[in-house]
Write a protein that binds this ligand. Sequence first.
Ligand SMILES: Cc1cc2nc3c(=O)[nH]c(=O)nc-3n(C[C@H](O)[C@H](O)[C@H](O)COP(=O)(O)OP(=O)(O)OC[C@H]3O[C@@H](n4cnc5c(N)ncnc54)[C@H](O)[C@@H]3O)c2cc1C
Length: 431
Amino acid sequence: MPPSEHNFWLTTTEMPQPAPSPLPETVDVAIIGAGFTGLSAARTLAQRGATVAVLEAETIGWGASSRNGGMVLTGLKLGVNKLISLYGRERTQRMYAASLASIDCVEQIVREENISCDFSRSGHLEVACKQKHFDDYARQVEVIAREFNHRLRIVPRGELQSEIGSSIYYGGMVDEISAGLNPARYVAGLSKAAANAGAQIFEGTKVQKIERESRQSSPGWRVITSGGALWARNLFVGTSGYTGAATPALRKKIIPIGSYIITTEVLPEALARQLSPRNRMIYDSKNYLYYYRLTPDNRLLFGGRAAFFPEAADSIRRSAEILRRGMIDVYPQLREVKVEYVWGGTLDFAFDIMPHAGQMDGIYYAVGYAGHGVAMATWQGQKMAELIAGEKPGNPFVGIPFPGAPLGLYNGKPWFLPFAGAWYKFLDWVS
Ligand SMILES: Cc1cc2nc3c(=O)[nH]c(=O)nc-3n(C[C@H](O)[C@H](O)[C@H](O)COP(=O)(O)OP(=O)(O)OC[C@H]3O[C@@H](n4cnc5c(N)ncnc54)[C@H](O)[C@@H]3O)c2cc1C
């Protein structure tokens, strides 16, 4: 039987459904997008007494926030040496500290709001697909210990069986600080926390147009949505890979890239422990990478960029078979195991593969998580909310250059993705 084209995580929880109500006439802050970024910001702002409307085109957590692998990861997508060369030692240290703080931020919210989402500090394991990738781990461990006082552990090939039941890798690198959670339960809990703090969440409310408009000599925004218009003193955009025509300047800076996931049937306990003895969040060292983990009920969740384009019915169907083959390459012992679910979602990449936050044409935003958004989106939402509330949070991602496409050759429609996909496959072959 083919797998169900459905997000497994959504079978584990009921998403909150706020009762439909008319939009308020005015708010202190309108937030576009009810994912980790928007809801975390809404919670923080409402806790500070602001009136907040979260405007969501679909439903709570509909975007990447309910569809991801639930890996709460340390670090940024770019390597530390590259970061230091781009931003200098001091800012890179603050960025790295922020990426560690972002995991604490998720843990603290889960604890404070009593969110039942299987949060667990199980650590992550990166596995080397080539000997030279493994050799590079030693260099990274040394730089990260020296520059950021953060300890990672190298696992040589001969000891890898204690971490993973696969023999195809050249070694690994463990970071014990990373965590895992159930993202659908987490985003559901975050939305309840935002609502309990006083934020209003409007589903099925697509922002169509934004216009500058002052009221009683206060600058602000008229926000026109599919459910009517409202006026907001401040506007914050957390639309990630789903950024669209309502914010055209931001859309041009974001490349939406598809990522796909399969999950197997529930595995016997002994087999699950053999695949991942320490229940790590695992990903490999390729550009076109695989990421995988056990779910809390012992399925193997296996994801990757099986197609580069954002999700659509045919790319989801094709991805199921591509990912199943990838999973069996890693774990031949799963050859006879049934794949029960397949789904896809859209990641947001900036052209420099960095997270970005700040103000563009007066509108606040936080985007660019490049597949590392569970912790970082939560943290950025909180920090940007503090900034909007007039506080001075340290946020090393505000103010860094936010490049657009080379020669401006991009209008928000990623025509170059098939070439980018082929390019990454080529890089994996040669590097
Ligand atoms: C398959 C997959 C696996 C991933 N795995 C991981 C992982 O294991 N670990 C990790 O750290 N990260 C992972 N990520 C990335 C992570 O999920 C995202 O970075 C994060 O969820 C982004 O949250 P967000 O709130 O910014 O955006 P989203 O959750 O994408 O929410 C954006 C929302 O904006 C809404 N929207 C867009 N335009 C409008 C509009 N005009 N009006 C109203 N609403 C609008 C959309 O409907 C959407 O609900 C993964 C992503 C995918 C797709």
